[in-house]
Design a protein around this ligand. Structure first.
Ligand code: NAD
Ligand code: LMR
Length: 325
């Protein structure tokens, strides 16, 4: 029996993400939670002819029931950006939303794997960790900031530049999930891509600001929802693969304390004191199994990490002090 909850299920990401999860045969029960519109979304999705059962929960009074027994909790609840905003501008609203939802996780399904989509991910993941720590149930193997959309963009944009390159190629992205903290590691595939110096600079910039591209195109109607639903689905499907013993690797934003020796390679890039970083990791049924090293970064990539580190440090500090102030 695998039970998955989506918190914020009636939103722009939540609806298509829930739809994709309904199609996954590894899920037996899908609990959809939101403050609004949830029964309609859940009944609609429940008519899809796969075997899983879909349940609707609406409003804070039903959060505990939604979470009880859950193995995986996915959190896309919160406000999205409008043009001119950074992800950090969402902190004031989304920090409290994530804090309260993760408090529900701590009380009702403390062993669940928790996937944080709500922005700013660089801060909302430390917020979630601090809440779980305060409740005495923190296990860093089971808490992930979902950065998969950065990987999706990294390989897709490479295909746009070199149509012979398979858009589904795995290219790691490390660092965090906002502008300069997003560090795509194109060196892993540059034998195939043969990017010129200028092309590499341009495509890296496009990945770092891919979210802004969508925000601008949506012109006030929010940020990426459909590509994010796909990316969030891919990440949850990877967790499910690992639960079933199928080998899985993904990048995600985690607490480096989960595997100090694996983290060493990332710390040596200039992130000595950082506690959270997006890394390449392998997964098992409990979540993170190992942090996998990414050696031999190019000087260009090492420089990107150097720029990312101070921004990440202040994002992490904002999250930690929000809970402990
Ligand atoms: P949206 O406004 O369309 O949907 C958000 C949903 O959350 C709404 O249905 C709302 O009712 C619900 N919600 C708000 N407060 C809640 C609470 N306390 N409990 C439960 N549900 C609550 O927004 P969206 O486009 O789906 O984006 C959601 C979040 O995901 C934003 O913060 C956005 O920045 C973030 N995002 C992250 C990534 C990523 O790569 N990690 C990508 C895209 C968007
Ligand atoms: C993205 O990368 O598309 C998301 O983080 C949403 C945003 O605000 O850009």
């Amino acid at each position: 029996m695998v039970q998955v909850a989506v918190l914020g299920a009636a939103g722009g990401i939540g609806q298509p993400l829930s739809l994709l999860l309904k199609l996954n045969k590894d899920i037996d029960v899908l609990n959809l939670y939101d403050l609004v519109r949830c029964p309609g979304v859940a009944v609609d999705i429940s008519h899809i002819n796969t075997n899983s059962k879909v349940n609707a929960f609406q409003g804070a009074a039903q959060l505990a029931e939604c979470l009880t027994g859950c193995d995986i909790v996915v959190i896309p609840a919160g406000v999205p950006r409008k043009p001119g905003m950074t992800r950090d501008d969402l902190f004031n609203v989304n920090a409290g939303i994530v804090r309260d939802l993760v408090q529900g996780v701590a009380e009702n399904c403390p062993k669940a794997q928790v996937c944080i989509i709500s922005n700013p991910v660089n801060s909302t993941v430390p917020i979630a960790a601090e809440v779980l720590k305060k409740n005495g149930v923190y296990d860093p193997k089971k808490l992930f900031g979902v950065t998969t959309l950065d990987l999706v963009r990294t390989s897709r944009f490479a295909h746009e530049l070199r149509p012979d390159f398979d858009a589904n190629t795995f290219i790691p992205v490390i660092g965090g999930h906002s502008g300069p903290t997003i560090v795509p590691i194109y060196s892993r595939v540059n034998k195939q891509l043969q990017l010129s110096e200028q092309e590499l600079k341009d495509i890296t910039q496009r990945v770092q600001y891919g979210g802004d591209e969508v925000v601008k195109a949506k012109d006030g109607e929010g940020s990426a929802t459909l590509s994010m639903a796909y990316a969030g689905y891919r990440f949850v499907a990877s967790l499910l693969d690992a639960r079933h013993g199928r080998p899985t690797t993904e990048c995600c934003y985690i607490d480096l304390a989960v595997d100090p020796s694996g983290a060493q390679c990332y710390r040596s890039l200039g992130a000595q004191d950082l506690s959270y970083f997006s890394v390449l990791a392998s997964f098992d049924k409990d979540g993170i199994h190992n942090i996998l090293p990414l050696d031999n970064l190019t000087p260009f990539e090492q420089e990107l990490v150097k720029v990312a580190v101070p921004a990440l440090a202040s994002n992490v500090e904002a999250g930690v002090s929000f809970i402990n102030k």
